[in-house]
Design a binder for this molecule. Sequence first.
Ligand SMILES: *[C@@H]1O[C@H](CO)[C@@H](O)[C@H](O)[C@H]1NC(C)=O
Ligand SMILES: *[C@@H]1O[C@H](CO)[C@@H](O)[C@H](O)[C@H]1NC(C)=O
Ligand SMILES: *[C@@H]1O[C@H](CO)[C@@H](O)[C@H](O)[C@H]1NC(C)=O
Ligand SMILES: *[C@@H]1O[C@H](CO)[C@@H](O)[C@H](O)[C@H]1NC(C)=O
Length: 211
Amino acid sequence: MMKFPSVVLGVFVVLVGLLTGADSGSIGQCDLSSPPPSWLTTNATGILEYAVAGQPTSGNNFCIQQTDHPNSLHELQVAYHIDLGDNTASSHAAEHHQRFSSQLDTQNGCVNNNTRIVYCFPLCLNNTLQNMVIESALKSSQPADVAQDIQRTTQLDWAITVMQVDYNDPNTHINASVFLVPDAWCSVYIGIRPKLGFDYLYEIQLGKILH
Ligand SMILES: *[C@@H]1O[C@H](CO)[C@@H](O)[C@H](O)[C@H]1NC(C)=O
Ligand SMILES: *[C@@H]1O[C@H](CO)[C@@H](O)[C@H](O)[C@H]1NC(C)=O
Ligand SMILES: *[C@@H]1O[C@H](CO)[C@@H](O)[C@H](O)[C@H]1NC(C)=O
Ligand SMILES: *[C@@H]1O[C@H](CO)[C@@H](O)[C@H](O)[C@H]1NC(C)=O
């Protein structure tokens, strides 16, 4: 039986209200120092495949960059310039940080209890949206299908990224910054055992980006 790595996800939870503008440099055409300082980034190794939907990656607020390092590590970087609206409730965000920590030791910490879910770790405070994302993930082992299905079922104009994670690669690592706000961010790290075929593991991210 395969076991999904449950510790590869290094999550930096960024609390709203503590925006320091610490991100620097650029990812593709996204200049991480451009205001407002509401950038979220993901830097990952061990991504087999990825797909996007909802928003084009040709602008300056949603970018993806792949870099091949000399040591044969392939790094995938994603940047989202998040539209936080009037979300400044930092105490609210801190409260939810506690809740997500306690979910770390459960195998399925998500709202959907489908038995085909082997592992699930959400950073998504909107349970309705979280469940929709999971239902899409259960439907297909193809990132492109999942990304399209999320866009179709949610009808959101958010940036959507679906990354298929290699759970056999010891170099797999995902560093992501997130906002714990219900109406601008939702990510779900989910491992699924389909009725037929191989297990698959996704890091799925949805962000409401600035236009
Ligand atoms: C990802 O890398 C960029 C630089 O390329 C950096 O600014 C950012 O802080 C990194 N993000 C995380 C979550 O480590
Ligand atoms: C993730 O962050 C750790 C600690 O800062 C760093 O050592 C590692 O190289 C980062 N991994 C990626 C894929 O950016
Ligand atoms: C899943 O949760 C629902 C609602 O809480 C419950 O009715 C159902 O029996 C659960 N299914 C499984 C497989 O645990
Ligand atoms: C949660 O997500 C659902 C589905 O996208 C949406 O209809 C609802 O308005 C969202 N709730 C909040 C508080 O953002």
